[in-house]
Design a protein around this ligand. Sequence first.
Ligand code: TXA
Ligand code: MG
Length: 328
Amino acid sequence: MTRLLQATGPDDPAIREAAEILLTGGLVAFPTETVYGLGADGLNPGAVARIYAAKGRPATNPVILHVADVAGAKPLVSAWPEAARLLAERYWPGPLTLVLPSSEVVPSIIRAGGPTVALRCPAHPVALALIRAVGRPLAAPSANRSQHLSPSLAAHVASSLGEAVDLILDGGPTEAGLESTILDLSRARPRILRPGPIKPAELALIIGELDTWEGALEIGQRQEAPGMTERHYAPRARLELVDRGRGLSSASGSRVYVGIGALPELPAGVRGVLLPLDAEAVGTRLYALLHELDEAGFDRIVMERPPEGEAWLAVRDRLQRASAKGRP
Ligand code: TXA
Ligand code: MG
């Protein structure tokens, strides 16, 4: 059995124990405000290699380094531009990951051999206390097997990674539910690599013009952003995105229909799930819902396509990936 300890506040004794495991090269899953992370000492290449092995993650996909504050971030980069300063001031701790030119301190395995490093300061008391207790940046991708659903509960981590993780800190359900916004500041014009809780317009208010993800939602076209691969965040059941009320006529296998804001009349035998017309609430709930529907054993999840517009960008992105053809 994987070890699981409750950790709800910064002074929880479990945090000390977790820090000791990390300092000796072990893996600890911990809560953040977005999803659970699978943590390792970010300056120990051997420990980081264990993350890749546990997740079944391709070596070409770099991982994010988590820091407790700006002072923890600066030694990891070769430049700290004005945009980084302003954004960190406004959004750290919070669900914003910044991609910057890396310094030599960062092991190559973190960067997948590339010249940049992704940095994030998570807004979760347990995550912050853990980074401080370790005294080093923590490498932490989402704590799930590669290409599977991200975990919003400690139980999701245990079922996805099992024995591969030395300890899971259970801080209850995560708040934002979807992974952080990733902004690439290593190029002349900033660019969003992954839409998330912090929206393009909010970033633009602070740094001016930036390239957004929206034009790149065409699946499979973004090779320059590592890890932005076709199928991702996927449930076991086949997920189909449909216009409201569609996709229900061809009957095969057990089905569930997920509506947003309203439910159409459903054929007998099709279960209905109603989500609110509220992008933030759907983001918080999405992974947990897909995990539940998987566990309930449905063969097909038919889900209403989310509305257009920036508020729904992150939810649309995750659903596009989860519904992409091809098995993980
Ligand atoms: O909310 C989050 O960001 C969560 C929590 C645990 O912090 N972490 C997370 O990590 O989602 P992961 O590994 O599941 O997703 C990180 C994404 C990957 O798609 C990876 O390719 C990209 O960030 N990434 C990491 N380093 C990068 C870099 N130097 N340049 C471009 N993309 C990078
Ligand atoms: Mg992930």
